[in-house]
Design a protein around this ligand. Structure first.
Ligand SMILES: [Zn+2]
Length: 275
């Protein structure tokens, strides 16, 4: 509940009691005074609604053969339509770092902003998402898992990552081997979380060492600790919705995107009239 909603609910309590008697007004003022949320400043927990959207494969139905989960693959024309929607409705696309700055209280993001992210570093993102992002002047964050780079032709090359970075994209880590953080410890955890960060930074510079996203969206306390110890600034979960705050920075909530346009518009444009 936001501070404003809290005040509203307190007022409703008073309103439902009929015309406020002096006593109910006293009770309301007392409740408001006792409730720090109601009267405190804007930066309450969950104070920023900036959906962090997560995409995976952007590919044709034929290329997606075998992938059933609706959040793991999207046709290029649907992705293009979603980006066009953001453009047409003037929905601000901000960088992940800009959102972090705002959550930390070091900056601001425009109302209604969204953040775009891509997991896994698949080549189809370079082929079918990156050109659309460039066309609209949008920025996004890509989370490849580093073991696949320059080895598996279905994934980015380092040269492609560098090119995207130079064009204004952010690169972050998704571990080295794409493994669950709840099943790792010790040297293995270090290699996956710190090792992937060091490799990214050695290839792409310091800017590639800021952000992490959890493979399979799996969260675990030891994952938070390892990400924090490795020197990342924040990490993204996979689900949880549109609201975030600075306390959540080791497991920021996110929104997996599907081809469902109604669901998409409700998330990125909650004020729009239903189509
Ligand atoms: Zn992944």
């Amino acid at each position: 509940m936001s501070a404003n909603e809290h005040v509203t609910s307190l007022l409703l309590v008073v309103a439902e009691a009929g015309y406020p008697s002096p006593m109910s007004l006293v009770r309301f003022l007392l409740a408001a005074a006792l409730c720090p949320l109601a009267l405190s400043a804007q930066r309450a927990p969950d104070s920023l609604r900036v959906p962090i959207l997560v995409y995976h494969n952007i590919q044709s139905k034929a290329e997606a053969r075998g992938i059933r989960a609706p959040d793991l693959t999207m046709r290029p024309e649907v992705f293009a339509a979603q980006m066009q929607y953001l453009k047409d409705r003037k929905i601000p696309v901000v960088s992940f770092i800009a959102l972090l700055d705002a959550l930390e209280g070091k900056g601001k993001v425009p109302p209604g902003a969204v953040v775009l992210t891509f997991d896994d570093g698949r080549l189809n993102q370079y082929q079918s998402a990156y050109p659309v992002l460039r066309k609209h002047g949008f920025t996004a964050t890509f989370f490849p898992f580093t073991h696949a780079m320059n080895k598996n032709p279905k994934y980015f090359t380092w040269a492609q990552l560098e090119e995207m970075q130079k064009a204004g994209m952010t690169i972050g880590s998704h571990t080295s081997l794409h493994e669950r953080v709840d099943r790792m410890k010790g040297d293995k955890m270090h290699a996956e979380i710190s090792g992937s960060r060091e490799l990214l930074m050695s290839k792409l510079g310091k800017a590639a060492g800021e952000l992490f996203s959890y493979p399979f969206g799996v969260l675990a306390p030891q994952g938070d600790s390892a990400v924090r110890a490795a020197g990342y600034r924040a990490a993204r979960a996979y689900t949880g919705g549109a609201w975030n705050n600075w306390q959540l920075r080791w497991r920021l909530r996110a929104v997996p995107v599907t081809e469902d346009m109604k669901r998409f518009t409700a998330m990125v444009d909650p004020g729009a009239p239903p189509s």
